[in-house]
Design a protein around this ligand. Structure first.
Ligand code: BGC
Length: 344
């Protein structure tokens, strides 16, 4: 019996060698595949605000579809941490670095280092100043402010007093939004009576600034908020004085709870920014840059020292009237937006 199955030693050796060779080829192929796979390093400010998780998920899956892997890091609002993450990406020799800057003025050296190492850099959603990035991709932030201002103007036809609770000036989007807003208020009879900045985008500032203003005995006609999180907190302060719904509060991001407040009547409007479009487009362009291809944009933006390629996307104003047309079933589900509305 044994003899029947016995394999001659020479044949066994040949098989083993062939197996080894195959294994070797497989390993080499694997290595080559790893070398060919594009790696993108992406550092986020933080994921506290709802939209950024969507930005991350869409960016990562769009990049994967294009054959790239994304190493995502969260700097948790800490600029030094973000700089270390960029340095880690440089050491790792990734093919491109994508940055949601915590401080638009604090990253020029880190970006310069990356570019010296031949790694292209993308400023995602927020411009990085004096850094000569390879691409800046964002929504038209001045238009975001303009849409807020135009809405307030329309809603408060008689004019009145407006409180501003903006994001931090370290975020380059903030002065742009403020600029657009004040442009829209020109000759409107609306007066900005106070401006606060939420450092680190801390939403609580919306509550504190509003409560403080109400504490003076004055009631603002409108509150311009840097985003929907701040708006939520401003409305919390208003509701403590039973004023929610009687002050025109505007924000941006079309967060789910802001959409709920809009249909419930306590927030006047938000600015919707299709972040899926932004993330997909950014992934396509980052992968192209990583492959050493040229990317072309219709516009350029001055970063203080250089004129950089700028890919601009358009924001959309959302009120109760166009909620279903723009948001329902597309950005948020109907049952979630109208969660607290009985008859619909
Ligand atoms: C973005 C907003 C966001 C805010 C806080 C800004 O740069 O434009 O959409 O709400 O950052 O994360």
């Amino acid at each position: 019996m044994w003899r029947k199955y016995k394999v001659p030693a020479a044949l066994l050796l040949a098989c083993l060698l062939a197996g080894c060779r195959e294994e070797g080829v497989r390993q080499e192929e694997g290595q080559q595949e790893a070398e060919n796979t594009i790696e993108i390093g992406m550092t986020f400010d933080s994921f506290v605000i709802e939209r950024w998780q969507r930005d991350r998920d869409v960016f990562v899956s769009a990049a994967q579809e294009l054959g790239a892997e994304v190493n995502v890091q969260n700097a948790n609002g800490d600029l030094q941490e973000q700089i270390s993450q960029i340095e880690y990406f440089i050491q790792k020799n990734v093919d491109a670095i994508v940055i949601v800057a915590i401080d638009s003025n604090g990253l020029s050296e880190a970006v310069e280092e990356a570019r010296r190492a031949g790694i292209p850099v993308v400023a995602y959603d927020r411009l990085i100043c004096d850094a000569d990035v390879d691409l800046y991709i964002s929504f038209d932030n001045e238009e975001v402010g303009r849409l807020m201002g135009e809405h307030m103007r329309e809603h408060l036809g008689e004019g009145g007093n407006v409180l501003q609770v903006c994001g931090p000036m370290a975020d380059n989007n903030v002065p742009l939004v403020m600029g657009g807003f004040s442009e829209a208020l020109e000759d409107s009879g609306l007066t900005v009576v106070g401006t606060e900045h939420a450092e680190g985008w801390l939403a609580e500032t919306g509550f504190l600034a509003t409560a403080e203003y109400l504490g003076t005995g004055e009631i603002p006609d409108g509150i311009m908020c840097g985003n929907d999180s701040i708006a939520g907190q401003a409305i919390r302060a208003l509701s403590e004085q039973r004023l929610a719904g009687s002050v025109c509060v505007v924000g941006q991001d079309a967060d789910l709870d802001a959409c709920q407040r809009i249909v419930e009547g306590t927030q006047c409007m938000t600015v919707y920014k299709p972040v899926e479009k932004l993330a997909r487009r950014a992934a396509e362009m980052a992968v192209a840059l990583a492959r050493g291809e040229e990317v072309s944009t219709a516009e350029r933006m001055d970063d203080g020292s250089y004129s950089v390629p700028y890919e601009r996307l358009d924001p959309v104003a959302v009120t109760k009237d166009n909620m279903d047309e723009v948001i329902t079933g597309k950005y948020h589900e109907e049952s979630d937006i109208y969660l607290n509305i009985r008859d619909r």
